[in-house]
Design a protein around this ligand. Structure first.
Ligand code: NAG
Ligand code: NAG
Ligand code: NAG
Ligand code: NAG
Ligand code: NAG
Length: 345
């Protein structure tokens, strides 16, 4: 079943944001887990505001001057690891990203969004009656979901919102797996990252970047399925934040290994996919996110280039123009003999 149809049928009474952000940077920096470390352990792909750097403190909504997201008040940073293709001959090549479907405003001749991700801020899920009050994140808020140290399925199931979809076409949804797809996927691989959506209401961060958050979903439940109420320990319902990254594997279609093994590997040397993880630093300007959440807008209805809404927007050309100059200058794009920062195994 198409998730968009589910949404339209249930009639949310609070906002659901879905929007595109172009790539703002791709390099070995990790201001959340390894602040100040230049370079950090593995390559990331980052979208959002241009305040991204090795160290990030304070309210980045007041520090950034441009954003690669369609909503111009959103200076948050969103990032994940990078997917690589491992050739039978031992060399690696970065898998390019491509923009999701239905991000542009139909009828316009905007250029294509450069790489990036699709970002969601929804209610607790797509199937609720939408009557929960959703509190926006606060300046300085940050969190992660998943962990590169996870190496098996039972551990991965602690994070039911982290999945993969083997794309038959750009609109394939459902059939989510915890592991990277074992077969070639005609339209690439979609990596899905749902964050935890209950907050302790006090801490903007925690030592493991997760303890201030709580996951109300059980193993087996997909990311956009129904969720229980927040527990007393983490009573504040924050938006269900989710990323979708579309990895375009078509350049490698004719290089699938002869032994049938799946050839894709995350930049932290994970070819199972269980260690998938994502990072978030809140950076919406002022009360803009709460303003949107308080409304009952949905997707393009919240604002889209050429379509006014509760949020201000910018054209794709301006999204693509915003960039952060690399602090870590190394080749992450060509055919590489090893993954940057990773020891050969
Ligand atoms: C990032 O931080 C370094 C110092 O750690 C600084 O030299 C550089 O200008 C900063 N980059 C940006 C884009 O702010
Ligand atoms: C592996 O194959 C790729 C694609 O043909 C090629 O560009 C690369 O140089 C090869 N690496 C080695 C070590 O032969
Ligand atoms: C999965 O990994 C965890 C942590 O390394 C370990 O404790 C557990 O025994 C493993 N489970 C299985 C089924 O291999
Ligand atoms: C995917 O990559 C191929 C090149 O390998 C390119 O021709 C195609 O346009 C890309 N698809 C999208 C949707 O960007
Ligand atoms: C959002 O709604 C709450 C509760 O009705 C209200 O207190 C708050 O001022 C609103 N915030 C914005 C930015 O609209």
């Amino acid at each position: 079943m198409n998730w968009l149809l589910i949404l339209l049928q249930t009639g949310l009474s609070e906002a659901a944001l879905r929007f595109g952000c172009a790539t703002v940077s791709s390099q070995r920096l990790d201001p959340l887990v390894e602040p100040g470390k230049i370079p950090s352990s593995h390559v990331h792909q980052i979208v959002g505001g241009n305040a991204f750097n090795a160290t990030m403190t304070g309210d980045i909504g007041e520090q950034a001057t441009c954003t690669t997201c369609v909503y111009t008040e959103d200076f948050s940073n969103y990032w994940t690891a990078v997917l690589y293709f491992r050739h039978e001959n031992g060399s690696y090549k970065r898998v390019p990203q491509y923009p999701n479907a239905q991000l542009g405003y139909e009828g316009r001749d905007d250029p294509t969004i450069k790489g990036g991700m699709t970002i969601y801020y929804t209610e607790k899920d797509f199937q609720s009656d939408g009557d929960d009050y959703i509190t926006a994140f606060k300046p300085g808020f940050r969190m992660t979901v998943g962990s590169p140290t996870v190496t098996n399925l039972s551990e991965a199931q602690r994070y039911p919102g982290l999945r993969y979809t083997c794309l038959q076409d750009i609109l394939t949804r459902g059939h989510e797996t915890y592991a990277l797809p074992s077969q070639p996927c005609p339209a690439g691989i979609m990596a899905i990252h749902h964050f935890m959506s209950c907050w302790d209401g006090v801490n903007l961060d925690s030592p493991d970047h997760q303890a201030h958050m709580h996951n109300v979903k059980a193993p087996g439940e997909g990311g956009f399925t129904n969720a229980a109420a927040c527990p007393a320990s983490h009573p504040v319902k924050v938006p269900q934040l989710a990323y979708e990254t579309m990895w375009n594997t078509s350049a490698f279609a004719d290089m699938w290994p002869a032994d049938g093994s799946q050839p894709f590997v995350w930049s932290f040397m994970d070819d199972k996919g269980y260690g998938t993880h994502a990072d978030y630093v809140f950076g919406w300007k002022g009360d803009s996110l709460q303003r949107a959440l308080n409304s009952s807008c949905m997707f393009h209805g919240c604002g889209s280039p050429g379509m006014p809404g509760v949020l201000k927007t910018q054209p794709v050309a301006d999204m693509n123009r915003c960039a952060v100059e690399n602090t870590v200058t190394e080749d992450t794009e060509g055919w590489l003999s090893e993954l940057p920062g990773q020891q050969m195994k």
